[in-house]
Write a new protein. Structure first.
Lengths: 578, 373
């Protein structure tokens, strides 16, 4: 065990009635990368702010570098580099000026200062951008700059509040490499995240849930808690049936967690001895034991914490009328020209009914642009778009009746209640007057929104907001569903819930398009389109993309989807846009 | 100590850069106030000139014609002549004229024989202010005419006693002179708190304050640096607007720079304090804009004595107005520009602003500390 840089003992923090941290005890060791993981409102930010000396604990003690945060605030802050969630960069200062400010605030002067700033600019890949204003940086670059600012003082404790939020895998890896380098030089790096694949890369994780510490240890050790309880079924032989098998498994007693990953349906049972009957797995192979993943261990731990928050199974038949023949979406040679540049060129794809289609790619690849064109919000410069056979630009109102759209920010009316939002969108989507009340009632029941029906949308936690946003998009029983980064802001449980609903909708014949940054989401898609710089660089099932990446590297073993993503994007030769 | 000073210097340099680079700053501090001031000055005069009035001459006798001519020749009226009363009343009803002056058929006889000739004045009272002004102008014009004719001996038996008024501080009764100091203050009540509040609110939103507070720097350092820069900008804005008023708009400057500077400084401190309080108490830039208008601009508009005279207000309202720092600044600026360094007026007003600035800045400090907790 290395030397510890921070010790948290039975720390409690309340904000009014809400208990943000409820007696957390942990030790932060030097030279390690520590993931603080948990759903939204688990207490991650509060824990980081306590360690940064920005908050005082209501009970318990927090000691950083030998100083109590209550008494030695300045000494604590001299030992801490902190990157808040909003980064805290000055937009109107240049990259170099931002770094210089932090050097001044931390009293880094002389040769050390020059050397350190130069080193950090190189490490962040920003040496060519030193004179650019911070506001002109890409999302990945500004994260790296914020991290560099926190590193200027060479702090023994580095605190990063959700640094990878909304970041694509390529940029995320670069950021991670910087944090890893700081740890190698002896700093303790605390990386908070709601993404479990992020946490899995850390040396150690602290799993927080509702202010309490659920688990602590190396990700592999946490995953090992599921030893013997993890099985998988190869569902490749029944394409499209993966979600149906998953749904049958979910309704099987003794099955705690189920997820679709590539061609596999993986599930966790309550005990290692539990046998799963063949009726649940009919049509597919027999379940075989697989090593548990960290993500599954965390989801299972969270599930077992509050079994009360179980979600009712999604409604089965969402399709109003038997869908017409032909593909749900047909996009040919799509191109967009903006400011004399082809920001998108030659994108082709079709989406069949009942298919889950994933649009993936680094930040700025054009995922949202495509969704906006499918919605008729943006006019393509070239090419053709057919939504259920209609042109969304010229036949907008007819096309609108056929698809539902969930934007990244959910587009709900914050000041309307849940039921008012549903009623409003029912009217806006021209749901017939008589059908409207019935539809609203049905969706409230399906999405388990009854207890919150009279709450204002603004007051809902993000997982319920997401549920409501999806309900709103389905109000007119569309045959196509378009989702923009649906899992950006929700915790692992809410993500599972969403993917399960999407699976059920697809099984009912709805064509679903998901634009996402998260490889976990991509794993659930039937087919993927990998975009980069407005061009389609690969398409196929998740396994086909992995195989393509493997062929590229000349390797026999299948890479993870994320490795495949990074390899395929890297192979394009285009400079990492982030 | 040296470390702290160096830190402060770095912060001030950064604040200056941010202020100058942010595209809104120059517009907010200099261009907008200067433009608004000129616009206001040329549009918002309370003086009324060339008011359309009807003059009814029932019998064009020499005396009546003489008086009508006197009325016609003032620059305050644009007169139209009628022979009968109903025609003039029609014009009044249609809004073509704001007033009717009736010189009745027996005007000359009454004036010459009895020395008691009635002049009827009908006024459109819809706009009370214009109405009163018309009445006042007519009275003044008739009185002047009467006085001159008495001196010339053309009309006898009229009591020659008259009021002779002398107007001080604003000899031409040019309302612009009275309004300009108030306007300057009004503009500053928007510019100054908005400037500080928006910047700080944006920094809360972008997390820069959070990031900087997590360094060994203290809240006091950060606020001091911000205050110094925005203090300087506010003073510059006051200097610009006062300079413009005195030079381009020919408002006199009878006092000296010392009381003006002292007043502007205290006003700047209280405004920045208000801005900081607002930005710490609200969540976003939008709310900052709204609260700045509600707590800075509107009270200054209504309770600073800028247009509405405070002495005519009910006592409770007068008490409330004591909380509005603009009120003190308006009073000092009016004094310094139009009268001179009248310290008995200036000192209590300075004290009032100092008290408000202290309370607001203290509150701001407490709020910043609390905000993260």
């Amino acid at each position: 065990m290395k030397e510890s840089v921070a010790v948290i003992e039975a720390a409690v923090k309340r904000f009014g009635k809400r208990v943000a941290l409820d007696g957390v005890t942990a030790t932060i060791a030097s030279g390690r990368l520590i993931g603080v993981v948990g759903p939204n409102e688990a207490g991650k930010t509060t824990l980081l702010r306590l360690l940064a000396g920005l908050l005082a604990p209501d009970a318990g003690t927090v000691t950083v570098a030998g100083h109590d945060v209550l008494r030695g605030r300045q000494a604590v802050q001299a030992a801490v580099g902190y990157v808040p969630r909003h980064l805290g960069l000055h937009d109107d200062l240049t990259v170099a000026e931002n770094l210089a400010l932090h050097a001044d605030l931390r009293d880094v002067t002389g040769a050390v200062r020059r050397e350190r700033i130069g080193g950090l600019l190189r490490a962040a890949g920003l040496d060519g951008a030193a004179d650019r204003r911070a506001r002109t940086l890409s999302r990945g670059m500004e994260r790296k700059l914020a991290l560099a600012c926190a590193l200027v003082g060479a702090p023994p404790l580095l605190l990063l509040d959700e640094p990878s939020f909304g970041l694509d895998p390529v940029s995320c890896r670069a950021l991670f490499a910087m944090a890893r380098a700081a740890a190698a030089q002896g700093a303790a790096v605390v990386w908070s995240t709601a993404y479990l694949d992020d946490a899995e890369r850390c040396d150690e994780v602290l799993l927080l849930h509702e202010g309490r510490l659920l688990a602590q240890g190396a990700p592999a050790n946490v995953a090992a808690r599921l030893a013997g309880r993890m099985r998988a079924i190869d569902a490749r032989v029944v394409p499209g049936g993966r979600h149906a098998i998953a749904e049958r498994l979910r309704n099987t007693p003794g099955v705690v967690d189920v997820q679709v990953q590539g061609g596999l349906v993986r599930f966790v049972t309550d005990t290692p001895e539990r046998e799963v009957g063949s009726e649940a797995t009919a049509g597919a192979g027999t379940p075989h034991a697989v090593p548990p993943q960290f993500e599954e261990a965390v989801v299972t731990l969270l599930r077992e914490q509050d079994s009360t928050k179980q979600v009712p199974p999604p409604a089965s038949s969402p399709i109003r009328s038997p869908p017409a023949s032909g593909p749900a979406l047909d996009v040919r040679q799509l191109g967009v020209r903006r400011g004399g540049l082809d920001v998108m060129d030659g994108v082709d794809f079709t989406v069949a009914r009942g298919e889950i289609f994933g649009l993936i790619g680094p930040n700025g690849a054009g995922k949202t642009t495509i969704l906006r064109m499918l919605c008729g919000l943006l006019r393509p410069t070239r090419g053709e778009v057919a939504v259920a056979g209609l042109d969304p630009w010229t036949e907008r109102s007819a096309a609108c009746a056929r698809f539902g759209y969930v934007s990244r920010k959910f587009s709900l009316y914050d000041d309307l209640t849940v039921i008012e939002n549903l009623r409003f969108f029912a009217a806006a989507c021209k749901v017939g007057r008589r059908r409207r009340a019935e539809r609203v009632r049905q969706l409230i029941a399906d999405f388990d929104l009854e207890p919150h029906a009279r709450s204002r949308a603004a007051d809902l936690p993000s997982r319920l907001k997401q549920r409501l946003a999806l309900a709103v998009a389905l109000i007119h029983e569309p045959e196509i569903l378009l989702l923009d980064e649906p899992t950006l802001n929700v915790d692992p449980l809410a993500r599972r819930e969403l993917l399960r609903r999407i699976g059920a909708l697809a099984a009912g014949g709805v064509a679903v398009v998901v634009a996402s940054q998260r490889m976990e989401d991509a794993e659930c898609c039937d087919r993927l389109l990998l975009l980069h710089g407005g061009r389609a660089i690969a398409t196929g099932t998740p396994n086909e993309l992995k195989a393509a990446a493997a062929a590229l590297a000349g390797a026999a073993a299948m890479p993870s989807l994320e490795d495949a993503f990074v390899a395929l994007v890297g192979q394009c030769g285009l400079e990492d846009a982030a | 100590m040296i470390v702290r000073l160096r830190r402060l210097k770095a912060l001030i340099v950064v604040e200056c850069r941010l202020a100058l680079r942010s595209p809104g700053t120059i517009t907010t501090v200099f261009a907008a106030p200067a433009l608004l001031l000129l616009l206001f000055a040329y549009s918002q005069s309370l003086d009324t000139e060339r008011v359309p009035v009807a003059i009814v001459l029932e019998q064009p006798t020499p005396q009546a014609r003489d008086l009508a001519g006197a009325l016609h020749n003032t620059r305050y009226f644009h007169s139209v002549f009628f022979r009968t009363r109903p025609a003039a009343e029609q014009a009044l009803l249609h809004g073509e004229v704001n007033g009717v002056v009736v010189l009745a058929g027996d005007f000359s006889r009454a004036a010459l024989a009895e020395g008691d000739a009635p002049v009827q004045v009908l006024i459109d009272g819809v706009d009370a202010r214009v109405g009163r002004i018309v009445a006042g102008y007519v009275e003044g014009a008739v009185a002047t005419w009467l006085f001159q004719r008495t001196l010339l001996g053309q009309i006898g038996g009229v009591d020659a006693v008259r009021t002779e008024s002398r107007i001080w501080f604003n000899e031409e009764i040019d309302s612009r002179r009275f309004l300009m100091p108030g306007l300057i203050v009004l503009l500053m009540t928007v510019v100054s708190p908005l400037l500080s509040a928006l910047v700080v609110a944006r920094e809360w939103e972008r997390g820069t304050i959070e990031a900087m507070l997590a360094t060994p720097m203290t809240v006091a350092d950060l606020l001091l640096a911000k205050m110094l820069v925005y203090f300087a900008l506010t003073l510059a804005a006051v200097a610009l607007t006062v300079g413009l008023t005195v030079t381009a708009l020919e408002v006199p400057f009878r006092g000296s720079l010392l009381p003006l500077g002292a007043a502007a400084s205290l006003f700047a401190l209280s405004s920045l304090g208000l801005g900081l309080v607002i930005s710490c108490a609200t969540k976003n830039q939008f709310a900052v804009g709204r609260w700045t208008l509600l707590t800075g601009y509107l009270p200054a508009y209504m309770l600073s004595g800028f247009i509405f005279d405070l002495r005519n207000m009910p006592e409770p309202v007068q008490w409330i107005s004591c909380l509005v720092s603009a009120r003190y600044f308006v009073s000092i600026l009016q004094t310094v520009l139009l009268a001179g360094d009248i310290w008995p007026v200036i000192l209590p007003n300075l004290a009032g602003m100092a008290a408000i600035a202290t309370v607001l800045l203290g509150t701001a400090m407490i709020l910043v500390r609390k905000r993260l907790g």
